[in-house]
Ligand binder design. Structure first.
Ligand code: ATP
Ligand code: MG
Length: 262
C-alpha cells in the first residue's frame, strides 16, 4: 500500500469548489484515487456527491481548484475528451438504444470505442462475426446477459437494463469507472445482481461509486469518502467513518431514519 500511495494518483481533485449562486455545493474538496482502488462516496441528500461527480466527469467546470488524471490537468476538458482519456461514466455517456436488442447495444458499445467503422455500417452489417468478438462474449457471460441477449432493450426490467449499461461502460475498456447511484430504483434482488457484476471488475479498473446507503457497498468499497454540505467530513475504512462524530451527526442519522421508515 505504501508503495501504491507514492505513485501518481489516477484521479485527483485539489481544492475543488462549485457554487450555484450563493450555495456552495462542493466546498474545497481534496480527493484522490490510486490505480485499481474502489472508493465509495457517501452522504445524505444534497451533500454534494453528484455535483462532485459531475466535476470529475466534466459535466461542470469547478469555480476553483483543479482535477488531474494521471497527473495531467483535465480541469477544463469536456466529458467526451475525458472519456477518450479512459474515464467512463455510466450512464449518461453509455445510454442504451431501446429499440435495438441487447446484443446490438453491446456491439455498438464495443465498436464505438475500438474501431473507426461508422455506426451505420455496424447496424447494417448483418454478419454474426460482430457478435462473436471475444470481448463481447466475455461481457455477456460476466454480466449474466445470456438469457436476455436477444431481447429488445425496451422490454428489460430496470435491473437488467442497469447490468447492460454497466456492461456497455466496461466494454469501452475504461481505466476509471465512475458510477453515480447505479443501484437507484432497483429491487433488493436486482441490487445483488448489479453488485455481483461490479465485484467482477475489482482489480481491473479504478472504480468510484456514489451511493446513498452504506449497507449496499459495505463489502465492495475499499475506502469511503463521506460528504456533508459540500465538504468531505470523513474518509477511510468503514469502522473509522462510522465512528466519526460528524458522520454520526449527519449521514448516519439519516440512514438510520430511512431504515426505520423502510
Ligand atoms: N444544477 C443545479 N443548480 C442549482 N443547485 C444545484 C444544482 N445541482 C445541485 N444543486 C444543489 O447543490 C447541492 C448538492 O446537490 P447534489 O445533487 O450534488 O447532492 P447529492 O449529494 O448528489 O444528493 P442526492 O443524494 O440527493 O443525490 C444541493 O443543495 C442541490 O440542491
Ligand atoms: Mg446525487
Amino acid at each position: 500500500m505504501a508503495h501504491q500511495r507514492q505513485q501518481t494518483p489516477v484521479l485527483q481533485a485539489h481544492g475543488v469548489t462549485k457554487r450555484f449562486g450563493v450555495l456552495v455545493a462542493v466546498d474545497h474538496v481534496d480527493f484522490q484515487m490510486a490505480e485499481h482502488e474502489v472508493v465509495a462516496i457517501l452522504g445524505s441528500n444534497g451533500a454534494g456527491k453528484t455535483t462532485f461527480f459531475n466535476l470529475l466527469t466534466g459535466m461542470f467546470a469547478p469555480d476553483e481548484g483543479s482535477i488531474r488524471y494521471k497527473g495531467e490537468d483535465i480541469t477544463r476538458l469536456s466529458p467526451a475528451e475525458r472519456v477518450a482519456k479512459g474515464l467512463t461514466r455510466s450512464f449518461q455517456l453509455t445510454s442504451t438504444f431501446d429499440t435495438l436488442r441487447v446484443i446490438d447495444n453491446l456491439v455498438l458499445a464495443y465498436y464505438r470505442s475500438h474501431c473507426t467503422t461508422s455506426i451505420w455500417s455496424l447496424l447494417t452489417t448483418r454478419t454474426n462475426s460482430l457478435h462473436k468478438e471475444s470481448k463481447i462474449l466475455e461481457a455477456i457471460e460476466t454480466f449474466d446477459l445470456q438469457d436476455i441477449q436477444s431481447r429488445f432493450v425496451r422490454s428489460l426490467s430496470l435491473g437488467e437494463k442497469r447490468r447492460l449499461e454497466i456492461a456497455m461502460a466496461i466494454l469501452a475498456d475504461p481505466e476509471v469507472l465512475l458510477l453515480d447511484e447505479p443501484l437507484a430504483g432497483l429491487a433488493e434482488s436486482e441490487i445483488k445482481g448489479v453488485m455481483k457484476v461490479l465485484r467482477n471488475q475489482i482489480g481491473r479498473q479504478t472504480i468510484l461509486i456514489v451511493e446513498h446507503k452504506i449497507s449496499h457497498i459495505q463489502d465492495f468499497a475499499q475506502r469511503l469518502v463521506v460528504m456533508h454540505e459540500g465538504r468531505v467530513i470523513a474518509e477511510g475504512g468503514y469502522e473509522e467513518c462510522l465512528k466519526h462524530p460528524e458522520v454520526r451527526r449527519s449521514y448516519w442519522q439519516i440512514e438510520a431514519t430511512e431504515d426505520e421508515n423502510a
